[in-house]
Design a protein around this ligand. Structure first.
Ligand code: SUG
Length: 446
């Protein structure tokens, strides 16, 4: 019997140290905005506005808390000593790049927080979570501990939810979470097909690989997660991302493809072996026919897809079809804007396009889909989880006020060493865990 289930979206609340440090080689936006002055308050409010609009339309919308940054324990692990203020000062003086890395608000991109398999797919019929080790970038590799704590605090009931530790933090098992994982299905409560897209097979030196930019996700990591989550062959497909796309700045699969329900919306350059990917999915998908919406390079050149983040849109069910929630940049790139008009006129699965302004995040290479982690939950699982993180009108008001009270509207590289910033962050986060009812999840609280 199929149980009723919904797709809940958990957005990362942008943290008070949101800044542009150019930390991500291979991510074009991150590199091109290095050292621009950021506006953390605006970034957080843009994220909250997106969540509110989707919650108001009836989607189950959750919030995941930002992390403690600058992260002093990481600086201590690297040998910096003294009071917190002295540690920040020394790091700023001798290793500004390391200070920038431990100050990044990158946990906002919760598509990278974890891989989640719904209970309809897993062998023990629980929802499985594996936080991503994100070991391709130092600033992201320090996220998984706190990510794991917040997920355990929100999805605490072991009868419904299973939590795994992040995979071994070495390049062979590089794991970027749900950004390289898409689930296709008939109804959410029915078993689906989990598509794992990897950049490189780590144990095979002869295998195709990008030459310019790093492949962050490995086949071996994807396979390990499928094993840990208890997915059978009929519930999973592994596909290699096109190395040429990675070299063009597509550092995660969700920059070139997005799927939901029976629809896969993707660029022709997304996969190394497109035909096989479609055949493998079709052979496994039950209860629905795959709708493959393919965008050609003639319609949208790869560089326009990367510049606009067309595929980093959220694809959401509506009563009449699917809504594509696109970043504002999609209407600024001529080929993409034209394509969207054509898509709407085509009478296909996508019946609505709506623009969302997440510019502050976009300048670091994070679009609407990067900002959210999807968790498919049955009605019972939704009841069993901690409800304090579900965005209601009241929670939205409280979080908006919280941001307005605690966030700066300007942050430059020099500000990261300001000990006042660290105090502001800790005070804000302490209040936030209270607002969200999460208990102690941060190192400074333990
Ligand atoms: O990992 N940017 C993030 C963007 C993550 C986007 N997520 C998905 N595609 N799902 C990254 O490259 C830049 C930070 C800086 O440069 O300050 C950064 O980490």
């Amino acid at each position: 019997m199929t149980r009723h289930a919904v797709e809940a979206n958990f957005d990362g609340l942008v943290g008070p140290t949101h800044n542009y440090a150019g930390l991500s080689w291979g991510n074009v936006a991150s590199k091109s905005n290095v050292n621009a002055v950021s506006n953390p308050r605006e970034a957080a409010l843009q994220g909250l506005a997106k969540m509110k609009r989707l919650a108001d339309r009836g989607y189950v919308q959750g919030v995941l808390p930002p992390h403690e940054r600058p992260h002093v324990p990481s600086l201590k692990a690297l040998g910096f000593r003294g009071t917190d203020a002295q540690i920040l000062e020394q790091a700023a003086e001798s290793s500004p790049a390391i200070l920038a890395a431990v100050s990044s608000a990158s946990s906002m991109w919760t598509a990278n927080a974890a891989t989640v398999s719904p209970s309809a797919d897993t062998s023990d019929h629980r929802v499985h979570f594996t936080p991503a080790n994100l070991n391709a970038k130092f600033h992201r590799s320090i996220e998984h501990t706190v990510t794991g704590r917040s997920l355990k605090s929100i999805f605490a009931d072991e009868g419904y939810f299973a939590h795994h530790p992040a995979l071994p933090s070495v390049s062979h098992f590089g794991d970027e979470g749900a950004a390289n994982h898409t689930r296709l299905c008939g109804h959410y409560g029915e078993p689906g097909v989990e598509l794992f897209v990897y950049g490189q097979a780590a144990f095979d030196e002869q295998a195709p690989a990008p030459v310019k930019y790093p492949a962050r996700q490995t086949l071996e990591a994807s396979q390990a997660i499928a094993r840990l989550h208890g997915l059978k062959d009929v519930n999973r497909v592994f596909a290699q991302q096109n190395p040429a796309a990675i070299d063009a700045g597509v550092f995660h699969n969700d920059v070139i493809a997005v799927g939901n329900g029976n629809t896969l919306f993707y660029h022709e350059m997304a996969f190394l072996n497109e035909e096989k990917v479609l055949t493998d999915i079709r052979a496994r998908l039950t209860g629905a026919e795959l709708e493959a919406v393919r965008v050609s390079s003639a319609e949208v050149p790869l560089e326009d897809a990367v510049a606009s983040y067309l595929f980093n849109s959220q694809l959401l069910n509506t009563p009449d079809g699917m809504l594509l929630a696109v970043p504002g940049e999609c209407r600024e790139v001529a080929s993409v804007s034209r394509y969207l008009d054509k898509l709407l006129a085509a009478n296909g699965p996508v019946t609505a396009v709506e623009v969302f302004d997440v510019k502050q995040s976009m300048r670091n290479g994070g679009g609407p889909a990067c900002l959210r982690l999807r968790v498919v939950l049955s009605d019972d699982e939704l009841q069993a989880m901690h409800r304090g993180v579900i965005l209601t009108g009241e929670l939205y008001e409280r979080l908006t006020l919280w941001v307005e009270t605690h966030y700066r509207d300007e942050l430059a590289r020099e500000d990261l060493a300001d000990p006042m910033l660290l105090d502001e962050v800790r005070k804000a986060l302490d209040e936030l865990t209270g607002i969200l009812g999460l208990g102690s999840i941060y190192d400074f609280q333990l």
